[in-house]
Design a binder for this molecule. Structure first.
Ligand code: CAO
Length: 424
């Protein structure tokens, strides 16, 4: 039995944040039923397309293991079907713009009255406050959550990161909120609301930067390169380049081939317990006892000099050769891996973190599997549904509509077929 088997999810999500969350629930075994607008469906189906007439990778990689029903919620019959789903589901997940659910008549009070056990989980850009009505996409959340102001180099622009901490990060937070509410329901018998604001999710992931904001009030932060460079701190946490955010100074250093390969780099951490081994490897045995280098605090004003010396050594090795040597001495380091290298990495295929999925229209493609491994509930990644692929099946098998009722829904145009036919 899968961990979330028996949990029915009304997946009213679109784009990235919500679908990330419901995909995780599906991977853990929940029956995730994605409700989509007839004709178009989730807008990502047709965004960033690479294969004509096939659902985009944007969509397929965020909607595995789900079923799809098309329902026009602006059609009264469509809303009637939706309410039937509300009655039998355990969780409703949505990430529409603020106010959309209320305009559909799906207010918490009404939902809770119809199905007191239903958990209603929402992603919004902001929590209550001056921006609560705003529509938000990934990079807006990165900027408003403190990530952009602290990412990049001090003398450059604020920078957004490639990791989708606003969308996928908030989806992860929401999934935790949902399973927590499901657990709470086993005691209370009642559903509750679960709200995650993208700004809050990003800030949670930027926790160490709020830590630094407060440290800054007590003096310069010595692990930031700018301290050693003699550049005064302002009153807000600066961008730290590639300095380590933790107590162990680290940097990205060049490796052999860096002149032509944009990813011939290594992240190198000068962890204190292995400092002496580092000195031997880079050819500076004198630094083991020299008072300017022997102790972590003495090294902080000299990080540029130290990493320049480390780099002289790493530039004589490929990133993988350097990894092999450093790992032998338990020196923490990591290669800068390109997406091509990750896609080809055998061990990631073996653990199911990178999976090949077959799709009836686009054929085979690579996806990221479930990064969370449960020993008794392994994930099998299946393809994303075609638009409305399971409409009839859900009306019949999940909602238990008889043929007459299914015909009435279809004839109303609520599932889309008639609307399209009429248009033709
Ligand atoms: N049938 C008919 N209409 C439907 C429907 C269906 N099945 N599903 C949704 N709709 C309608 C809604 O009723 C709503 O219409 P109204 O505005 O008339 O009430 C509209 O579609 C949904 O609108 P939206 O405002 O949510 O969509 P958008 O594309 O304009 O905005 C986004 C997208 C992401 C900016 C917005 O949804 C949002 O801010 N969401 C919250 C934050 C979030 O999750 N952002 C992450 C997105 S991933 O980068």
């Amino acid at each position: 039995m899968k961990a979330l088997e028996g949990v029915k999810v009304l997946d009213f999500t679109h784009v990235q944040s919500g679908p990330t969350c419901t995909q995780l629930l599906a991977w853990f075994g929940a029956d995730v039923i994605k409700v989509e607008r007839p004709g178009t469906g989730d807008i990502t189906r047709s965004q960033l397309c690479d294969v004509p007439d096939a659902d985009s990778l944007y969509f397929t990689m965020l909607n595995h293991n789900k079923r799809s029903i098309t329902l026009d919620t602006k059609n009264p019959k469509g809303m009637e079907v939706l309410w039937e789903m509300v009655k039998i589901c355990d969780v409703l997940v949505e990430n529409f713009a603020p106010g959309v659910l209320d305009r559909m008549g799906l207010t918490w009070d009404k939902i809770h009255a119809v199905n007191p056990r239903l958990i209603v989980a929402s992603v919004k850009g902001f929590g209550p406050g001056p921006y609560e009505d705003c529509k938000v996409y990934e990079n807006v959340a990165q900027c408003a959550g403190g990530s952009a102001s602290t990412t990049g180099f001090r003398d450059g622009l604020p920078m957004v990161t490639g990791a989708q901490i606003g969308d996928s990060g908030t989806g992860l937070h929401l999934a935790l909120g949902i399973v927590t509410a499901l657990y709470h329901r086993t005691h209370s018998g009642l559903g509750q609301k679960v709200d995650c604001a993208m700004q809050d999710g990003v800030l949670n992931l930027c926790r160490v930067k709020l830590r630094d904001q407060q440290r800054l009030e007590r003096g310069p932060m010595k692990e930031y390169s700018q301290y050693g460079e003699g550049i005064p701190f302002d009153d807000a946490v600066p961008r730290a380049g590639n300095d380590s955010g933790g107590g162990q100074p680290g940097r990205i250093v060049k490796c052999k081939g860096w002149e032509t390969d944009p990813n011939a780099y290594l992240y190198f951490i000068t962890q204190a317990p292995v400092w002496e081994k580092i000195c031997d490897i880079i050819g500076e045995p004198g630094w083991k006892t020299d008072p300017n280098y022997a102790k972590p605090l003495a090294r902080l004003p000299r990080l540029n000099e130290i990493f320049a010396r480390v780099e002289q050594w790493t530039m004589t090795k490929t990133k993988f050769e350097a990894m092999d040597i450093l790992n032998e001495y338990d020196i923490p380091c990591g290669p800068i891996l390109s997406m091509k290298e990750i896609a080809e990495e055998k061990s990631l295929r073996e653990t199911g973190t990178v999976v090949e999925v077959d799709h009836p229209v686009r054929g085979k493609y690579l996806s990221v599997g479930n990064p969370i491994k449960l020993s008794d509930s392994p994930t099998v990644v299946t393809r994303s549904p075609l638009l409305g692929e399971h409409t009839d099946e859900i009306l019949r098998d999940v909602l238990k509509f008889d043929e007459r009722r299914i015909a009435a829904v279809t004839e109303s145009g609520a599932t889309g077929a008639l609307t399209r036919a009429a248009a033709e």
